[in-house]
Unconditional design. Structure first.
Length: 334
């Protein structure tokens, strides 16, 4: 595996003089459309004492060329064969010199004050192992879809973890010491590796804190949405203590989805988000787009039917359906 360092010799010598406070770790695979924006959002941070470790996980598009355009001594680009997100993140963490590890996803955006405020939170609270923030959900073109607010009460947050993963992975900053203590990401897991790590950290007594400000934008696109459903299945298994999940049949399926079906799932996700946000009319339009592209998929039909019921009915039914789906996943896994 080759290392590509975006630094000159004098700058490389200087690395040994002073370790940065924060190491940003980002893995990227074939993300030419968004990776430039993601990198810029981190280089424009008000907090500047960081190194930026970018693991290029075998990209075959223009991603490597885009990364080479950034001339910043804090950037370290590592080229490797495609190994998956989990392996890539662990590699970045092992190379990190910072006291804190900040995650960043290659298709998302961070507000300029994100690192500054997360560093302050960890400095003030030595019992906190992970700090996150409220986040916005944006579509493939960067338009706002939803605001995601999370409780900042530690006990409330811990209760949420028992039934779902409430935290946006790319938005977190973690103590490197805490990650090393619990054993990094579980490389048996291709998806939901963050959720499994959070549960291990909670069990070992590390606290979580959410900054009640929108410091991150999480992007959904046809490619990312198609993977969310597999992540949910992995999460259901993890909640039941089945961490040795090497492969689920659905993983192969998502890579075989046509562009049309991915687009249909994307419209379904947009419709679901808009329905949760009270935009009933817009939600139905998105769900009908999904049905038009993939009429045999029952999910948009189900969500469209729910849109005609009051909010409390939708929430009640959705909770039951989620529990049933979790049980079905467990029945399929010995």
């Amino acid at each position: 595996m080759d290392f590509v360092l975006k630094m000159n010799k004098s700058e490389m010598k200087g690395l040994g003089m002073k370790a940065p406070k924060v190491s940003i770790v980002m893995s990227v695979y074939n993300c030419e459309r968004y990776v430039g924006e993601a990198v810029k959002s981190m280089l424009q941070q008000t907090f500047s004492d960081f190194e930026f470790i970018i693991v290029n996980d075998g990209s075959t598009d223009q991603t490597p060329e885009i990364l080479r355009q950034f001339d910043d001594p804090r950037i370290l680009v590592i080229d490797q064969r495609n190994s998956g997100l989990t392996v890539s993140l662990n590699r970045g963490i092992r190379l990190a010199k910072g006291e804190y590890i900040a995650r960043m996803d290659a298709d998302d955006l961070s507000e300029p004050e994100r690192l500054e405020k997360q560093v302050e939170a960890l400095d003030r609270n030595p019992g906190i192992g992970v700090v996150s923030c409220w986040y916005k959900v944006i579509d493939e073109n960067g338009f706002l879809l939803a605001y995601k607010r999370l409780p900042n009460d530690v006990k409330q947050l811990a209760k949420l973890f028992m039934r779902d993963n409430p935290i946006c992975h790319g938005s977190v900053m973690m103590r490197k010491r805490a990650i090393q203590t619990v054993g990094l990401y579980n490389e048996n897991l291709r998806y939901a590796q963050d959720y499994e790590l959070w549960l291990r950290m909670l069990r070992q007594g590390y606290g979580f804190y959410v900054i009640p400000e929108f410091l991150y934008s999480y992007r959904i696109s046809p490619d990312s949405v198609s993977k969310l459903y597999v992540q949910e299945k992995y999460a259901a298994l993890i909640r039941k203590g089945k961490q040795k999940v090497f492969h689920l049949p659905e993983v192969t399926t998502i890579y075989r989805l046509s562009a049309r079906r991915k687009r249909a799932l994307y419209y379904y996700a947009l419709g679901t988000l808009k329905l949760e946000g009270g935009q009933t009319k817009d939600s139905r339009e998105e769900l009908l787009r999904s049905i038009k592209l993939d009429p045999l998929n029952m999910r948009p039909w189900y969500r469209l039917t729910l849109s005609f019921f009051p909010r409390w009915v939708r929430d009640f039914v959705s909770n039951i359906v989620k529990q049933v789906n979790d049980r079905l996943v467990l029945l399929r896994w010995p």
